[in-house]
Design a protein around this ligand. Structure first.
Ligand SMILES: Nc1nc2c(ncn2[C@@H]2O[C@H](COP(=O)(O)OP(=O)(O)OP(=O)(O)O)[C@@H](O)[C@H]2O)c(=O)[nH]1
Length: 308
């Protein structure tokens, strides 16, 4: 299955490197690889690093890091040849680049088969936006926001509650409908990204629900295949309330061709998935939303109506 790629863009100095450090060092147990602009800024204790000959640096937790070597595709090739292969790749775009170009190159079908774009994050600096409202009119900031599936409003420790309350509608107007996460020191919940290979059991076998202080999650399974048009309609209804969805699906008329479904913000993708293990339900879906937005009973009823 393709390795999920997280693209991290954002305004200059908004906290991209800080967020990547956070994701690399959380105890999520995943072997992540990061491609960063400024290697020196990866502020990980020296004793946790061990240099390797090919310009890739390994952390003791199995994550690796490298700076852009030649072009992005060549660097991705280098990461894909690592042994073991990373389970997720984070790419930092420079604060002065338009992520749309990188998104376009990642959409190349040959790349997609091996490294599939999972989500585009855009970091916005809450302090800078409160001080300089005109930043949102800057063409580069606008293109970074337009490409985003999730906006991380970082440095909220530097603004007052009133300033924060005023910022959210402005970001919402700049990128309507986009999920906005508030963060300090780029501390976004790793469970929103690289949610894992469903075949490793991260999707429970039975419907269940759990909550963290900020997010609630529910899972849903079905023994029957789904109707593709009904599922697509259900997803468009659910999308505004979800931050993340992921699952293995089977559609009527295409039995035996399981699909991996991924949604981050408003980006939804399908790709072929390996055959399920015989003891797993053929349809398994996990939904993540900010607390209070999931409405599990109504959501379950909507999903049940998708059965073919
Ligand atoms: N107060 C505060 N400072 C932060 C926060 N997040 C990051 N910083 C600081 O902001 C500065 C810039 O952070 P970086 O992570 O280097 O930002 P960047 O987006 O990678 O920067 P460029 O690559 O130069 O565009 C650093 O000094 C960080 O320590 C935060 O939430 N609050």
């Amino acid at each position: 299955m393709a390795i999920p790629v997280l693209l991290v863009s954002g305004f200059l100095g908004a906290g991209k490197t800080t967020l990547i450090n956070h994701l690399l060092t959380q105890p999520h147990g995943r072997r992540l690889a990061a491609v960063v602009n400024d290697f020196g800024a990866i502020n990980i204790d020296a004793e946790l690093l061990s240099a390797r000959a090919d310009g890739v640096v390994a952390l003791q937790n199995g994550c690796i890091c490298c700076s852009l070597q030649g072009d992005l595709l060549r660097t991705l090739g280098l990461l894909l040849r690592q042994d073991p292969v990373p389970e997720g790749i984070i790419i930092e775009t420079s604060g002065v680049s338009d992520p749309a170009e990188i998104v376009r190159s990642l959409m190349d079908p040959v790349i997609w088969r091996e490294a599939a774009l999972d989500a585009v994050l855009c970091l916005a600096d809450a302090r800078a936006l409160a001080d300089r409202p005109a930043l949102l009119q800057d063409p580069l900031c606008q293109s970074q926001l337009r490409a985003a599936d999730i906006i991380v409003l970082n440095k909220v420790d530097e603004v007052s509650a009133e300033e924060l309350a005023a910022l959210r509608p402005r970001l919402d107007a700049a990128r309507p409908g986009c999920t906005i996460l508030e963060a300090v020191q780029g501390a976004v919940p790793p469970e929103l990204f690289f949610t894992g290979d469903p075949w490793r059991g991260s999707i429970p076998a039975a419907p269940s629900r759990f909550s963290t202080p900020r997010f609630e999650t529910m899972s849903w399974t079905s023994d029957a295949p789904l109707s593709l048009p009904r599922f697509q309609a259900a997803v468009s209804r659910l999308a505004p309330r979800l931050v993340r969805a992921k699952g293995i699906l089977q559609f009527a008329g295409r039995e035996g061709q399981p699909m991996l479904f991924q949604m981050v913000g408003q980006r939804a993708t399908f790709s072929p998935a390996p055959p399920p293990s015989p003891d797993a339900a053929p349809v398994r879906l996990v939904l993540i939303a900010e607390n209070g937005r999931l409405r599990p009973e109504a959501t379950t009823a909507l999903l049940e109506s998708c059965r073919a």
